[in-house]
Design a protein around this ligand. Structure first.
Ligand code: AMP
Length: 429
């Protein structure tokens, strides 16, 4: 199958060629035709599947071939994303794919001065990529109007709900016209996501794609059993002795990410932390450094790492296991992308034994276990799981870019997702 056979216009094919894509990914092959037909689409796809082009390419085609009659350009397509990083990435893609079209786009998110964003908007924008908080902020100030939106995209809908954006989404829905095309993407489909889909979409075509290269079987997974207090020493040893150059490390809390980052730097390993309490500038700088190789280790929390487009990641390390098993699959899905082989390592202390058992149950396989001399597990440590809410005072809470900061983060999807183990430590991530 070729992009041409999907029916995309010449200027878009030219941009695709410039990007070097040869064939559509499975999600693109499935989603592009119904979107071009103007249908609503509900897609099951996560980062790494090529989902962004899956909605952006046909969206640009539809906008550029239908043409707006208005003299002053109104916002005709709105893409809503949960995080600033994802918004920036989606917009970068929109810009690349629309290079040969007469389409203007911009991105807005919180945590940065609104003035440059407002200036851009005032010039007339066809495609707006936004996070919910800043979007509603600017709308309520009368600085943008969503009355002419023809296409509405909700990206990473599951993470939107996890982050407590349901109310904001509902508010946005009230600001856009009833008659419109809707596209919704989500990696998982809980009862709440289905309910949201039902309220937004109109007779949608459902498409599904699992990441091509991120099947858990193709990723080399390993567990190091280690005493809790020896994890830092072990991770530094593994990275230094393995001479690993690009390592994404997950911690459970922002405080943990900062701490580990400091210790890495003291050990002579270039590292940066990325989490909800970091300023937008710091996050962008960290990500750029990680991508260009000047930073070897990026220490991230789950929420911050979600949606980051870092292709060809050779190493992912779980400094701590996530207490939600699905997060493990998301985390390790960041390695071995685009056909490259990857290694996912987890440092597991006694109190994470239950998490490990649940993860193995979810992925349907036992992970190879190794113990490194000098970094043995503590035989006397309790296997009692870390309770959500421990170290609660570590960090200010996520969402400083959203109007949700301060609100309780437990959405009904969370409750549904994890009855036995609460996500109430979310604000620390
Ligand atoms: P996404 O899932 O949208 O975050 O995309 C993951 C990565 O795949 C990005 O780096 C894209 O540039 C890349 N990509 C998207 N579509 C294709 C394609 N058809 N062929 C090759 N790479 C692609």
């Amino acid at each position: 199958m070729s992009f041409k056979s999907l029916g995309l216009s010449e200027p878009i094919l030219k941009a695709i060629q410039k990007k070097g894509y040869e064939t559509p990914s499975p999600i693109q092959a499935k989603a592009i035709p119904p979107v071009l037909e103007g249908k609503d689409v509900l897609a099951s796809a996560q980062t790494g599947t090529g989902k962004t082009a899956g909605f952006t390419l046909p969206l640009l085609h539809n906008l550029s071939t239908s043409g707006s009659e208005q003299r002053h350009r109104p916002i005709r397509a709105l893409v809503l994303t949960p995080t600033r990083e994802l918004a920036a990435q989606v917009h970068a893609n929109v810009k690349e794919y629309s290079e040969f079209l007469n389409i203007r786009s911009t991105v807005i998110f919180g945590g940065v001065n609104q003035k440059p964003q407002v200036n851009k908007l005032s010039q007339g924008i066809d495609v707006l990529v936004a996070t919910p908080g800043r979007l509603l902020d600017l709308e309520s100030q009368g600085l943008l109007s969503l009355k002419h939106v023809e296409i509405f995209v909700l990206d990473e809908a599951d993470r939107m709900l996890d982050m407590g954006f349901l109310r904001d989404i509902e508010r946005v829905m009230k600001l856009i016209p009833k008659k419109r095309q809707n596209l919704m993407f989500s990696a998982t489909f809980s009862k709440d996501i289905k309910k949201l889909a039902y309220s937004i979409l109109n007779n949608p075509v459902q498409v599904e794609a699992t990441p091509e290269n991120t099947a858990v079987e193709v990723i080399e997974q390993k567990v190091y059993r280690v005493a809790k207090g020896k994890k830092t020493g072990l991770i530094i040893k593994l990275i230094s002795e393995g001479d690993w150059k690009q390592v994404l490390v997950f911690t459970r809390t922002k405080h943990g990410a900062n701490n580990l980052c400091k210790k890495m730097i003291s050990a002579g390993i270039t590292a940066a932390a990325i989490h909800g309490n970091k300023s937008q500038g710091a996050r962008t700088k960290a990500l750029a450094g990680f991508k260009n190789g000047s930073i070897r280790v990026l220490v991230a929390t789950d929420i911050a790492a979600r949606g980051l487009d870092i292709p060809l990641l050779p190493h992912v390390i779980n400094f701590e296991l996530p207490n939600i098993s699905e997060d493990y699959v998301h985390r390790i899905g960041r390695t071995g992308r685009a056909g490259a082989s990857g290694q996912a390592i987890s440092l597991v202390s006694a109190d994470e034994t239950t998490f490990l058992r649940d993860i193995q149950k979810l992925i349907g396989m036992k992970i190879e276990v190794e113990i490194v001399e000098g970094f043995e597990p503590d035989p006397n440590a309790s296997t009692e799981p870390i309770k959500p809410g421990q170290n609660r005072n570590q960090g200010r809470g996520r969402g400083s870019n959203s109007r949700n900061s301060g609100k309780p983060k437990s959405s009904s999807s969370d409750r549904n997702k994890s009855k036995s183990r609460s996500r109430s430590n979310d604000s620390r991530r």
